[in-house]
Design a protein around this ligand. Structure first.
Ligand code: UGA
Length: 436
């Protein structure tokens, strides 16, 4: 099928390349000329395992191309809209400027029978409003939320765990759902759940999923806070409750909390939208989820400061990690980098290392010292703090080896990802999050 993908950021670039990889003819469109130039050359603009390969293959096959000209979308059967919906600068609501601009620019190029499939995470009710603008062209607007995780984006797009299609009632909606089934043919053929619903439900599925994930993380971090005043161990607690299949162990990793370009802004936008709808109280708990999450960053900083009796002034602190999570170079709302910046603000000499995110981090926080080589970064450290659980730190860093590099013996495990016994046995003063 011929497809267009409007917006070539994280979601759009991966979606375009993934759709080409399953046999579609795809044009990716973005207003950012540099991004399009880089994608057209086959250079993935961000680190995402597997993206480089499908990008090169798609371009070489001739099925994938990129353009800054919206007119190139004309002729596609389905137009995916995957532009960003960041947090507004002066509030918690989502900034809809890019979605509105993308749809307005697309409308003159639509033909009767086209499908416009929204993928961006939007406040519930957006699709109904956009449909009023799209329907007069004879095209059908549907909502097809995206659930990809950074670091697994290619796999999640090619082989998702579910597909959701919000369509209007009636024959147009049924036809649109059939077309989406054709787009996602390989997944549909293997029996991946394909849920057809109305527009509002599809929009809500996305924000509800992210709200639930954020709640799970903050729940376990709340337990970590209780563990901290009782001497209990939150990781054992998570293992124990996680054995209950109704609870499950995944996303019960206590530590410095969630960040990234999705969960933080999505729960805030959800509260803002609920308030607009007169139902603020229904998701008032999300404010608490956010507050718990932010407190964990303070806690990590306090653990380091306490290790030096109340001041990190002129201490060499090595921060292992900058990305908001492993397998990503994304530093948007990264708790890891936030902790590093706060320690720097307290007068510490902060050295940051990360396998992928240094370049992005340096651009935003040039005041920190960045060192590519992990061992080099550890040299002469008075304290070490792990804030992104890359394998390079979690599995591949031998505590005895680290002890030969660092000057001090304090290690703060901001992700509860280190083997506490092994680090203690190697002479380290190990301090975890919600662990004795
Ligand atoms: C999240 C969702 O997981 C995706 O399903 C969704 O499609 C995506 O947002 C989106 O809306 O686009 P992502 O932001 O890539 O995906 O990252 P997650 O894997 O959800 O991790 C988010 C944050 O939570 C990270 O900072 C991670 O370190 C933290 N986290 C995760 C924890 O602190 N503890 C855990 O147990 C798990």
């Amino acid at each position: 099928m011929r497809l267009s993908v409007i917006g070539c950021g994280y979601l759009g670039a991966v979606h375009a390349a993934a759709m080409a990889s399953i046999g579609h003819e795809v044009v990716g469109i973005d207003v950012d000329e540099r991004k399009i130039a880089s994608l057209s050359k086959g250079d993935a603009p961000f680190f995402e395992p597997g993206l480089q390969e499908i990008l090169s293959e798609g371009l070489a096959s001739g099925r994938l191309r990129f353009s800054t000209d919206m007119a190139d979308a004309a002729g596609a059967a389905v137009h995916f809209v995957g532009v960003g919906t960041p947090q507004q600068k002066d509030g918690y609501a989502a900034d809809m400027t890019y979605v509105n601009a993308a749809v307005d620019a697309l409308i003159p190029h639509l033909a009767a029978g086209d499908i416009v499939a929204g993928k961006s995470t939007v406040p519930v009710g957006t699709a109904a409003t956009l449909a009023e603008r799209v329907t007069p062209t004879g095209a059908t607007l549907v909502w097809n939320p995206e659930f990809l995780r950074e670091g697994w984006a290619v796999q999640d797009t090619v082989d998702p765990d579910r597909l959701v299609a919000g369509v209007p009632a009636g024959a147009d909606g049924e036809r649109a759902a059939d077309i989406l089934r054709e787009v996602y043919h390989p997944s549909v053929a293997k029996g991946t759940p394909f849920i057809v619903t109305d527009l509002a439900t599809a929009e809500l599925v996305k924000v509800a999923a992210n709200a639930f994930l954020a709640t799970k993380i903050s729940f376990i971090n709340a337990m970590a806070e209780i563990a901290e005043v009782t001497g209990a161990d939150v990781t054992t607690l998570a293992d124990a409750i996680g054995h209950d299949a109704r609870i499950g162990r995944r996303f019960l990793g206590a530590g410095i909390g969630f960040g990234g370009g999705c969960l933080p802004k999505d729960i805030r936008a959800f509260s803002a939208r609920a308030e607009e709808l007169g139902r603020g109280e229904s998701v008032a708990f999300l404010r608490e989820i956010d507050a718990i999450n932010m407190r964990r960053r303070d806690r990590a900083v306090d653990l380091v400061v306490d290790a030096f009796g109340g001041s990190v002034y002129k201490k060499n602190i090595t921060v292992l990690g900058a990305a908001f999570k492993p397998h990503s170079d994304d530093i948007r709302d990264s708790p890891a980098l936030d902790v590093a910046v706060r320690l720097h603000g307290l007068g510490a000499w902060v050295t940051v290392t990360d396998p992928e995110a240094i370049e992005n981090a340096r651009r935003v926080h040039p005041q920190l010292n960045y060192v590519e080589d992990r061992d080099e970064a550890l040299r002469a450290a008075d304290a070490v703090i792990v804030v992104t659980e890359w394998d390079e730190y979690r599995r591949q860093l031998d505590p005895a080896h680290a002890a030969t590099l660092a000057t001090g013996r304090v290690v703060v495990d901001g992700r509860n990802c280190l083997d506490a016994d092994a680090w203690r046995a190697a002479g380290w003063d190990y301090r975890g999050m919600g662990r004795p």
